[in-house]
Design a protein around this ligand. Structure first.
Ligand code: EPU
Length: 289
């Protein structure tokens, strides 16, 4: 376990915003979890389960939280079940590393996730998805640590729905390991699918900008990006924050942005879209304050 005082959220989020938290605890091995309750009590703040900060908007001022991050990132094949290969990924592993592992080992299922940033644990907790593919659809089981101890959940108990699982709320605890059930396929087929999805994503989304991915969830049957675009928010700037010119649902920090400007712009967009279309946009990005 490693511990740091006053980590800056602006250095732990892909949108590069946010003030200092109380502390950060990095869990390096499963045994570290035995000490976690005691260390949280020592630092004295609310725990916040942090992945790689790619879906997170943290407020500018002091944040009374202890960030807990999984630092372990092993990936291995652990068995075969009903013709599927079971892959175990530690929650801190970057999603890109898991996809690379799948490519090398000829394992299909997660190709649609190519180009999504973040950790495997974060992707599992929020059911990250793209191009008709969702993370939880390929999960066999996952282990969650909470104050009550570690517990393994089967795929059905994880309750994956659009950008949501039972693990995605602040009280749930932290995912430590995820087991995926994947289908053997030739490497070149997987490579072609991953490339196709990655370049489709890159052509439509500002992948290298400082952003937290899509700001709002899509309302049923319609794209939030389309609604924002039609309401005039594509490229709209406020206080160093802007909705991307490439895709209107990506809120980007153009360099001198702040979380308060981000929240103002998000509120303005929701209000305008509601007034123009009646659609109530729900945030996809998590807010930490
Ligand atoms: N559109 C516009 N203007 C825009 C953006 C989109 O008119 O500025 C239109 C497009 O032309 C298209 C439609 O809206 O007709 C849908 O756009 P797109 O294919 O880009 O998909 P999306 O619904 O905006 C969703 C996910 C993305 C995911 C893509 C690809 C959400 C909120 N967004 O975007 O996920 O990568 O599909 O599958 O579910 C994320 O969740 O962070 C995310 C980026």
């Amino acid at each position: 376990m490693r511990e740091f005082a006053e980590p800056l959220l602006s250095e732990h989020t892909t949108i590069r915003l946010g003030g200092p938290a109380l502390a950060k605890i990095v869990i390096e091995k499963v045994e570290d979890l035995e000490e976690l309750q005691g260390r949280l009590a020592y630092w004295g703040g609310q725990p916040f389960w942090l992945g790689k900060g790619s879906n997170l908007l943290a407020h500018d001022g002091f944040l009374p939280h202890v960030l807990v991050q999984m630092g372990n990132c092993g990936i291995s094949i652990v068995g075969i079940e009903n013709g599927k290969t079971i892959v175990r990924a530690e929650a801190g592993a970057p999603l890109a590393r898991l996809l690379n592992f799948c490519l090398k080992n000829g394992l299909s299922g997660l190709e649609g996730l190519a180009g999504i940033p973040g950790s495997v644990g974060g992707a599992a907790a929020m059911n990250a998805g793209s191009f008709g593919s969702e993370t939880t659809a390929h999960i066999h089981s996952a282990i969650l640590w909470s104050a009550a101890g570690a517990k393994r959940y089967g795929r059905d108990e994880i309750s994956g729905s659009y950008r949501k699982t039972r693990f995605g709320n602040d009280d749930a605890g932290i995912i430590t390991e995820i087991f995926f059930a994947l289908t053997p396929l030739p490497n070149n087929v997987i490579f072609t699918r991953m490339c196709h999805n990655f370049f489709a994503k890159k052509s439509r989304q500002p992948l290298t900008a400082w952003s937290a991915g899509c700001a709002f969830k899509n309302p049923p049957g319609i794209s939030a990006g389309l609604l924002l675009d039609q309401a005039g928010f594509k490229g709209k700037e406020l206080g160093g924050m802007a909705f991307s010119r490439k895709h209107a649902n990506f809120l980007v920090n153009t360099g001198g942005g702040s979380s308060s400007a981000a929240c103002d712009l998000l509120a303005l967009a929701r209000e305008k879209v509601r007034a123009a279309t009646g659609h109530e946009l729900e945030l996809e990005i998590r807010i930490l304050k």
